[in-house]
Every structure is written in C-alpha cells, then in structure tokens.
Ligand binder design. Structure first.
Ligand code: PLP
Length: 436
C-alpha cells in the first residue's frame, strides 16, 4: 500500500504551514505550549479569523442590489457551492447544504427530517461510538416516531464498526442508519463503503447519515462515492471559526417538507440571512487546503488541488502518528514507554486519524491532563463520567476514562518528540509513586 507509514512534509514547508495558524506554539497569556487538542477544536488559521472579522465589518444586507451587498451574497453563494462540490464532492445541483449554529444541530435536523417524513420503517440503527448529537438524535426520534432503536457494537480488536455488525442489525424495515466516519475518541476511521454496501444490499431504500465532524479535517469527504443521504462537519474543528455547522443532504432528503419561507424553492434550507463571514472563513479554509495541494500537483483545478491537499494532510498526519506510537531510537514512542497503556491501538496505521488515547499507570486521567498542562502540553480527558464520553470510553474498554492526544498536520516531528519526552518524564514520576 502506498506510504503505509505516511509521508512527512519537508521541514520548511511544515513550518510555513504552522506559521499560518494563530497561537500555534504559545497561548498569548499563559505562554509556550503544545496544542495537542485538535479533536476538541483545532488550531485556527489566521486567514479564517481575519476573513470572518473583515466580512462582519460591513453593515450591508446581503439581500440588496448594490455592490457591497452583491459581494456579501456572493460569499454565501460561492461558499455554499464550494462546500458542496469541493468539500463534500456532491454533483452540481445535487442535494442541499444545511446550515445551523453547530454540527450537533445539523445532525438533529437531518435525523429529524428523515425520521418524521419517511412514511415507512419500524426501526433505526446507530453505532455505540457516536458523539451524543448523533446517538441522542436517533434515540429522540425513535421515541417520538415509535420506532425501535438498534445499537451497533464496536469490534474490540480493530476499533471499527464492522459491515457484518450492520448486516446483523439492518433489515427491510430499517429506515435510518447513522455511523460516524471516524471516532473522535480513538481516531479509527470506519469502513463507510463497506457499511453502506452492507446496509443497501439488505435494504436499498435505507437512509444513511454519517457524522464527519472528527474525520473531515483529516481526509476528504465524498458523498458521491458513498451515495449517502447526510454528512456534517464543524468549521471550528477544520481550522476555521465557531458559530456554524454544515451538512450535505441528498436530493431525496432535500425535497422533504422542512422549515423554510413557503414561497422559496423546495430545496432551500436558508431561513433568514446567514452570516457571510462564516462562509468567507470556510472559503479561506478551502483556499488553504488547495494551496497545500498545489504544492504537490500541477493541476490548476481547484477540486483536484483540494483532494491532493487533503491526501497530503492525511499522509503527514499518518507519519506523525507512527512517530507518536513508535518513536525513534533516541525517543521511545507511546507503545514503548513503560507504564503507558494505549486503548484502541490496532497494528495498522492506514484508516486512522492522528489521535492516541491512553492512560499512564499510577496517575488518574484528570491529574494526568493537569500534569501535561503544567509541563506545557494541552490534551483532553475523556472522562468515564462525562455525558460526552461515558458510553464511548466504556465501549473501547476504558472504564476509568482516558486522555486523548490529537496533534495536527502542521505540527512537526520535533513537537511529537517533545511530547514523548514529557510523557516519559510523567510516567517515570508516576512509577515512583509521586501521584499517589
Ligand atoms: C464526532 C463529533 N461529532 C459531533 C460533534 C459536535 O460538534 P458541535 O460542537 O459543533 O456541535 C463533535 C464535537 O466534539 C464531535 O467530535
């Protein structure tokens, strides 16, 4: 397989990318730190923040006909087109873009739209690894529409939801299947092609949605190749800004009755005036990915540049994942540091996002996060009691909770090595009973 262990950017190129992010190496008040919490909200591109701020400065209503209004409306239209055709890879004119204040809202809206309008089916299937927005929306609408909710379990060896598990649960009366594209806790990427195929072989009419909030910033989305009905992402995890969430919905879902001004076309989901600044920021993210792509391909086609850019981001992240897990002769990786217990760390590197989740013997997860922060690393606890992670950490066999470490493509091997040295230091202190 090509680049099984990833492919690092050249040093200068990696550094030039990192320089484009705000506060990449230090918080302006709290000082130097490694930001390894990109699955909780990624480093922000300066150009996205500026595009949002610059656009917000104009008082003009995007619905008027003077030059500034047309410019603002143009950002919304172009942002919508590029998200649909470049990011989601939807055909021109296929489906619609759903915009909400958060990705969670788009998930509830998509699931609600399908479950309340599809006039058939007695059950829906959701995976146990889902973020609560995907899991709870299925539960909520199953209760509301009197359908049975079925839960697909993880394969504990691979960390994936197997197509066989989907085959076990889906039948001719399954109206909806919801499986995330990649886990935001352990980074394992699902075999969505196999899952869609398994479900559609049993039930060709089934509606399928996938939460791509974790996965979208790490590998290109492709609703056309998958032939699915809904997929969402969150710009603030995609180097962009907070305050918006987007979803692709398929043509058949877009025509279902929904909230809109009645005189507008069937497929219009816009209600009121969206913020052009959010679209400007998203266009800036797409520009950034295309620029990475253009560094490696001669193609002038924006779609091809974007695909190449996402592929290169993915390969850089895979190489960083290998470094994080295996380390080097000088600096042992997580797999080799005494006292580190990794969860969901299958042998393979392909089909994984850049996330490690683990515990260190002799120190509780919450204390571990504190200790990392004191030593200049921001990571996140996925607590066993948290409403966001309880069901998921139990599913991966981490009843005590875990910590999640998620660097980004703009980090370098020097950042990973620094993190590993700090980890070895904490593990040694924990082994000597210092945190008892
Ligand atoms: C996999 C996944 N889905 C959905 C969400 C929800 O995103 P938002 O906070 O934008 O609603 C998150 C956020 O952490 C997530 O990681």
């Amino acid at each position: 397989m090509a680049y099984e262990k990833g492919l690092l950017f050249e040093d200068d190129f990696q550094k030039s990318l990192k320089a484009q992010f705000c506060y990449a190496d230090a918080d302006p008040e709290h000082g130097k730190r490694l930001f390894f919490e990109n699955s909780g909200g990624s480093l922000r591109l300066r150009r996205c923040v500026e595009a949002k701020a610059d656009t917000e400065a104009y008082p003009d209503c995007p619905e008027r006909y003077h030059a500034r209004s047309l410019y603002l409306k143009g950002l919304v239209n172009e942002g919508t087109r590029q998200m649909m055709e470049i990011m989601f890879n939807a055909d021109p004119g296929d489906g619609a873009l759903m915009t909400e204040l958060s990705a969670s809202q788009t998930m509830f809206q998509m699931v609600g739209l399908i479950m309340t309008n599809a006039g058939w089916g007695t059950n829906a299937v959701v995976s146990e690894l889902e973020h609560p927005s995907a899991y709870d929306s299925v539960q909520y609408y199953c209760e509301k529409t009197g359908r049975e909710m079925r839960v697909a379990h993880i394969n504990k060896e691979t960390g994936r939801i197997d197509p066989e598990e989907i085959r076990r649960l889906v039948d001719k009366d399954t109206v909806l299947l919801s499986v995330m594209s990649a886990s935001n806790i352990c980074g394992v990427v699902m075999d969505m092609e196999g899952i869609v195929k398994a479900a559609r072989e049993i039930n060709p009419d089934i509606y399928i949605v996938s939460d791509a909030v974790q996965h979208a910033p790490h590998m290109a989305m492709d609703v056309k190749a998958l032939g699915i009905d809904g997929m969402n992402f969150a710009p603030y995890k995609f180097f962009g800004v907070r305050g918006c969430g987007y979803a692709y919905i398929s043509e058949r879902v877009a025509h279902m009755p929904h909230h809109k001004l009645i005189a507008k076309d069937d497929k219009v989901f816009e209600l009121g005036t969206p913020s052009p600044g959010n679209f400007a920021a998203m266009l800036a993210t797409i520009d950034y990915v295309c620029e990475i792509g253009a560094h490696f391909t001669n193609s002038a086609d924006r779609k091809e540049q974007y695909r190449e850019g996402m592929e290169r981001i993915h390969l850089q992240e895979r190489a960083l994942l290998v470094r994080l897990l295996e380390g080097t002769e000088e600096v042992p990786g997580l797999r080799h540091i005494e006292g580190v217990k990794l969860f969901m760390d299958p042998e393979y590197y392909e089909g994984r996002d850049l996330i490690a989740c683990f515990l260190v013997d002799g120190i509780q997860a919450a204390k571990l996060v504190e200790e990392y922060q004191a030593l200049g690393v921001t990571v996140c606890e996925r607590a066993a009691e948290s409403l966001y992670s309880k069901r998921i950490v139990k599913a991966i066999g981490a009843d005590q909770g875990v910590i999640r470490v998620s660097p980004l493509h703009c980090h370098g091997t020097d950042d990973v090595d620094e993190f590993l040295k700090i980890t070895a230091e904490i593990a040694a202190k924990a082994a000597s009973g210092q945190y008892k």
